[in-house]
Write a protein that binds this ligand. Structure first.
Ligand code: SGN
Ligand code: CA
Length: 532
């Protein structure tokens, strides 16, 4: 008896408590398509008009990664990469048409096996059912901004409300259930916003009506010397739908939207929500319809409307990040919880005239990444090490004291996060590969390498062009210098570096994927599933 009491008072109880105290909780907040130009911690012009004080809090109380990249700038592929710590060709999810094999190893399932309680709430977009999670409550496919369907354990529930708020409500409820448990927890909070079609909550629908967003210098880019860039379909003033995307009404006095090929999304609003929506947009739409704009003026007007709506959805994301941080403070959980904020990729806010992502150019290749862990990470640091979304899994495993499997291709960010400095043996370049062509926005297939200063991209499949940029002299990537005599040595060494990276990543031979038909593969898969 005495012995049992002794065990209880010392070793046994201590080991349980030590276990929980030694292993941090993890809250991974990811939004969808959040450009770092719209995170004020990064200091860009847009975010000066539309600040994100709560996301900045994570940066100020932790570390901000200035050189944070994705491996494939698209939703599903990025999520699969994050979960597995592997490039798309290794985790099998190359394009949004793919289906994630969720029986494969993920950092979440490893943490689960190691005694963590795990959950995911919000956008999933990987087609297969989440595995390795004690709790999952996910949006249907892309998810809806208003009154979304949530799917949990096979049951679909229609929930009234604004999705960014709901995802947070559910997340806080779940954290509440975990906070006093003996086990640490890991929660993925995945927002739909600020993904297209940028529908703000009513409370912010007029938030940016009276400001002027600065127009990027290359908004009217002519794409000279860049064939792939000239053949996409993601120009704000050409390809954004006037109804669906820009919420423009047909005429003065009418609330009816112009072109919207997906009207079911707006139709989800209740009559009360619709009335409030029309009230918010009517006057500004009437003003637009009453004015006589030239083509150029209209293109600029569309840019303002795009940014107004985009930033209004961001404001709600930021506000909801604040709710999570406040809750951690209230519950005394801040100290022992790692909080990460990131996006599944970057996004164009009018640079090159665009919305959307996919290209290996900086705006969509980069993604915001801030991380806080008061126990181990000093406040206020900024990292210049090149990091990628393959690194997140290894980082969380490292912090949880779980062995990082050999086949994870990323590196733990623990040392970078804690020292702020780039370790001497850190990677000197990053590899990128985008596959989804043909597809939405018709961005060509491409792969490439980026060092701290240079970038080489090969566009392939139905095109065969190379682009080379000197990012120091040309940060907006307007001058393709692939034929410039003074850069030929640099280009040759970048080609070598690219080959080395592809070998290291165990990318199969070029000929084996150059012409893969991803859409056909998806059709075959669906057919097979139907037969089963
Ligand atoms: C939807 C969007 C596209 C977007 C893809 C992929 N159209 O199809 O603009 O590129 O998703 O985005 S929408 O009007 O239906 O929103 S991703 O983030 O899921 O990869
Ligand atoms: Ca996305």
């Amino acid at each position: 008896m005495k012995y049992i009491l002794y065990l209880l008072l010392t070793g046994f109880s201590a080991s349980i408590f030590a276990q929980k105290a030694d292993r941090p909780n993890i809250i991974f907040i990811m939004s969808d398509d959040h450009a770092l130009q719209a995170v004020s911690a990064y200091g860009h012009e847009v975010s000066k008009i539309s600040p994100t004080p709560n996301i900045d809090r994570i940066a100020n109380e932790g570390i901000k990664f200035d050189q944070s990249f994705v491996t494939n700038s698209l939703c599903g592929p990025s999520r699969a990469t994050m979960l597995t710590g592997k490039y798309s060709h290794k985790n099998g999810f190359r394009a949004n048409t793919d289906k994630f094999d969720s029986s494969q190893q993920t950092w979440i399932s490893l943490l689960h096996d190691a005694g963590y309680t795990t959950g995911v709430i919000g956008k999933w977009h990987l087609k297969s059912t989440p595995k390795g999670f004690d709790h999952w409550n996910i949006l249907n496919d892309q998810g809806e901004y208003y009154n979304p369907d949530f799917i949990s354990n096979g049951d679909t529930t229609y929930v009234e409300g604004y999705t960014t708020d709901l995802v947070t409500d559910y997340s806080l409820d779940w954290i509440k259930e975990q906070k006093d448990a003996d086990k640490p927890f890991a929660l993925l909070i995945h927002h739909k916003a600020p993904h297209r079609n940028w529908m703000p909550p009513i409370r912010y629908a007029n938030e940016f009506d009276n400001v002027e967003f600065p127009v990027p210098d290359n908004y009217f880019d002519d794409y000279e010397g860049r064939q792939a860039a000239s053949e996409q379909e993601m120009v704000v003033y050409k390809d954004a739908q006037e109804g669906h995307d820009l919420k423009m009404s047909v005429a003065v006095g009418s609330d009816e939207w112009r072109k919207d090929i997906w009207p079911h999304l707006f139709d989800r609003l209740t009559d009360v929500q619709k009335e409030a929506w029309f009230k918010a947009y009517r006057a500004k739409n009437d003003k637009m319809n009453a004015s006589q704009m030239t083509e150029k003026e209209m293109a600029l007007w569309k840019y303002q409307r795009y940014l107004q709506d985009y930033c209004a959805t961001v404001k709600a994301v930021d506000e909801n990040v604040g709710r999570v941080l406040d809750y951690l403070d209230e519950q005394g959980l801040t100290e022992n919880t790692i909080v990460v904020y990131t996006s599944d990729q970057g996004f164009y806010l009018g640079e090159h005239g665009w919305f959307d992502k996919r290209f290996m150019y900086e705006e969509s290749f980069k993604t915001p990444l801030v991380m806080r862990y008061p126990k181990a990470i000093k406040a206020g640091n900024t990292a210049q090490a090149m990091v990628q979304n393959i690194d997140y899994g290894p980082t969380f495993l490292d912090y949880a004291g779980v062995t990082i499997p050999e086949d994870m291709q990323g590196k733990s960010l623990k040392t970078v996060a804690e020292k702020g400095k780039t370790p001497k043996d850190w990677r000197k370049s990053v590899y990128y590969h985008y596959y989804e062509y043909p597809g939405f926005h018709m961005v060509k297939r491409q792969y490439g390498v980026r060092t701290d200063r240079y970038k080489l991209i090969h566009f392939y499949n139905n095109i065969d062009t190379y682009e080379f940029y000197d990012l120091k002299k040309d940060p907006s990537e307007m001058n393709n210098l692939i034929d410039a005599p003074e850069y030929q040595d640099e280009i040759a060494s970048l080609r070598e570096e690219l080959a080395r990276l592809m070998k290291e990543a165990e990318e199969p031979p070029y000929e084996s994927w150059k012409n893969t038909d991803y859409r056909k593969e998806a059709r075959m898969r669906r057919l097979k599933e139907k037969k089963m």
